[in-house]
Write a protein that binds this ligand. Structure first.
Ligand SMILES: NC(=O)c1ccc[n+]([C@@H]2O[C@H](COP(=O)([O-])OP(=O)(O)OC[C@H]3O[C@@H](n4cnc5c(N)ncnc54)[C@H](O)[C@@H]3O)[C@@H](O)[C@H]2O)c1
Length: 377
């Protein structure tokens, strides 16, 4: 049977409900559920969490008393038929939670960052390829309409060949609590929490060139200071990092991210091209407004600066509010499960994001530039 025909026969009928499971029922799993329960073509069929009773309480809180709960992902996949699953465990258990689900023939939406190490990320992609089930990573800012505009403008060639990319932003006082700061669970600090978003924003726009080397520094002067963080004695993760990444195709990426600092910003996000540039002006942390985006170019020897306006918001689905990026993230997963792929944010692509996070972590520990080697998938 041809691959096209096979894919079609595996599509789920338009009127059929898709069966979704939840792996890890902590904080972010509620954001997934808040959308799933609004989709009338989704049925939640099971959940698991390693903390005894937590998955049961989670399902009960949505009135799903008859839906089975388990204490391991193995038991969930053994006992429940699913078409797709959300992996909402903490960073260091993404791989061990996602791989058994993929191996059981179930599509996966895994929360960001993809994993802790690059090897774990590669193992996840390998499992997905072997099972012919897709792995998508939960980067909801992909549905931000201004970001989609930036991607489109860069893709049009308007700024020519992009040779330099710089991330901006950063928080002044934004160390989160919970498992985000627990090294044994999160692995990274600020880098895995918000750094991976910055990397995705900067590099998806230029189609993720392959990273070659990373020279990075990561510090935690704020998290370890009781003046700024109550749990300072146990704080072992990064709260600031900066990196220079050399990439294939003569692209340089300068990355900066912070959970805390004595400044309002680490600068603007920038793509410099041979024919123009795009700059996202940094808003104040917590501003819930579309970002202001500038376009620079040269017309016949004249320097032109202009603003890209948020006129017609990008509407990924007709029946939604344009700014609800979470709706876009969850709906696109459900739709992709129905058609047996493709993945909205493919794990194969995010492998390069993870390689940079892994490179930043290794380079800062070793105190020198490191080479990026992507394991075979
Ligand atoms: N996309 C976003 O906006 C966003 C926001 C917050 C968190 N996150 C990501 O979501 C993930 C979870 O964050 P959180 O704040 O919900 O953490 P959390 O600690 O509240 O929840 C994680 C849950 O997973 C369970 N768990 C861990 N390993 C497991 C395993 N192998 N099998 C089953 N259950 C397991 C834990 O017991 C816990 O209940 C993190 O990777 C984080 O980066 C994403």
């Amino acid at each position: 049977m041809s691959p096209a025909k096979k894919a079609k026969t595996e599509e789920i009928g338009k009127n059929e409900k898709i069966r979704i499971g939840i792996v890890g029922t902590g904080g972010i799993a509620h954001e997934h559920m808040n959308k799933y329960v609004k989709f009338n073509d989704v049925e939640i069929v099971g959940a698991c969490d390693i903390i005894p009773g937590k998955a049961r309480d989670f399902l009960d809180s949505y009135g799903l008393k008859n839906v089975p709960a388990f204490e391991s992902v193995g038991d969930l996949v053994k006992n429940v038929k699913m078409d797709g699953a959300s992996v909402c465990t903490y960073n260091k258990t993404h791989a061990e939670a996602a791989i058994p689900v993929l191996e059981a023939g179930i599509h996966v939406l895994c929360e960001k960052p993809m994993s802790f190490t690059i090897q774990e990320a590669a193992d996840m992609v390998k499992a997905s390829k072997k099972a012919k089930k897709f792995l998508t990573i939960g980067f909801q800012p992909r549905w931000d309409f201004m970001r989609r505009k930036v991607d489109k403008i860069i893709d049009s060639g308007a700024i020519g060949k992009v040779y330099y990319v710089q991330s901006g932003g950063g928080r002044r006082r934004g160390i989160p609590g919970s498992t985000f700061v627990v090294e044994e669970k999160a692995g990274f600090g600020c880098l895995g929490d918000i750094g991976c978003y910055s990397i995705d924003e900067c590099l998806h726009a230029v189609k993720y060139p392959k990273p070659l080397t990373v020279s990075a520094i990561a510090t935690n002067y704020f998290g370890t200071n009781p003046k700024y963080w109550a749990g300072a004695a146990d704080f072992k993760v990064d709260d600031f990092s900066v990196a220079l990444v050399r990439m294939e195709g003569d692209v340089t990426f300068v990355f900066k991210q912070s959970w805390a600092m004595h400044a309002d910003s680490l600068g603007d996000t920038l793509w410099l091209g041979t024919e123009g540039a795009i700059k996202i002006l940094n808003g104040r942390d917590g501003d819930n407004k579309p970002s202001r985006v500038m376009y620079f170019t040269d017309v016949d020897g004249n320097n032109i600066d202009s603003y890209i306006l948020p006129d017609m918001p990008f509407l990924p689905y007709d029946d939604i509010r344009p700014m609800d990026i979470w709706w876009g993230k969850m709906r696109s997963f459900v739709d992709a499960v129905k058609t047996n792929g493709p993945a909205p944010v493919p794990g194969e692509e995010i492998l390069y994001n993870q390689a940079i996070c892994d490179g930043i972590y290794r380079s800062s520990k070793l105190g020198k530039e490191v080479e990026i080697v992507i394991p075979k998938t």
